[in-house]
Design a protein around this ligand. Structure first.
Ligand SMILES: [Ca+2]
Ligand SMILES: [Ca+2]
Length: 232
């Protein structure tokens, strides 16, 4: 099967699944759509997804900030394939930020920032990749993701990712990455209201993720057939 055919089938499956009403089905379809987007993303990207059901309908602002900690312009972060079943609104990509819809932010001038407004649905997801340069001076550059009220720029969610006393402070982050060799994506273990991470998937290769997404939908189709047979 050609790559085009795989993606075409995937789109068809995603559309069919999206028409169904249960929460699981919606999330499954969303996952496959995001997988399709990932297939075109950078090889080292990681799929990150958050469940925002507790805040569905709320106006929000995603604030991706890359703060310089080592006094060297040496790192960049790419945010691609931003996806939600809510509604994406305006984007501000002016502060050491370029591109769109795949955005690159750098630590040029000490801060790079991408702001994406949206009306929250049951989830949002994106594809994240980053460099991990750190010469050992100062502190590693830090990427943080905040979920803000677009009117006040106050956080919509209290999380336990609070680093107020660090050289590069942040508070109530949904995600933090300290850019140094071996960097790991840090997620909160507690959020209020509840905004759990619905999945972080290091991308082993687009083919593997597409296969996983199709397998999920295939399982759903089998379950639907069984339920239809039982209902008869
Ligand atoms: Ca730096
Ligand atoms: Ca907090």
């Amino acid at each position: 099967m050609t790559r085009h055919a795989v993606l075409s089938n995937e789109s068809t499956f995603a559309r069919l699944a999206a028409r169904r009403s249960s929460s699981w089905q919606k999330r499954c379809a969303a996952f496959v759509i995001t997988v399709a987007a990932c297939a075109a993303g950078p090889a080292a990207a990681t799929l990150v997804s958050f469940d925002t059901s507790s805040l569905a309908g709320s106006a929000a602002r995603l604030d991706f900030s890359l703060l310089d900690g080592d006094f060297t312009e040496n790192n960049s972060v790419t945010v691609a394939s931003l996806s939600t079943d809510g509604t994406l609104g305006g984007v501000d990509c002016t502060l050491s930020c370029s591109g769109g819809p795949s955005y690159a932010i750098t630590d040029t001038g000490g801060l790079g920032q991408l702001l994406q407004d949206l009306i929250l649905g049951s989830y949002f997801s994106f594809d994240l990749s980053f460099t991990t340069n750190y010469p050992g001076n100062g502190a590693p550059d830090r990427l943080s993701l905040l979920l803000l009220d677009p009117l006040t720029n106050f956080t919509l969610v209290d999380t336990d990712l609070d680093f107020l006393n660090d050289p590069v402070p942040t508070q109530d982050a949904l995600l933090v990455v300290d850019l140094a060799p071996g960097a790991q994506i840090q997620l909160p273990t507690a959020t209020d209201p509840d905004v759990p991470s619905a999945g972080i998937i290091p991308e082993p290769g687009a083919g593997g993720l597409v296969a996983l997404g199709l397998a999920l939908l295939s399982g759903q189709r089998i379950r639907s057939r069984r339920q239809s047979a039982q209902a008869r």
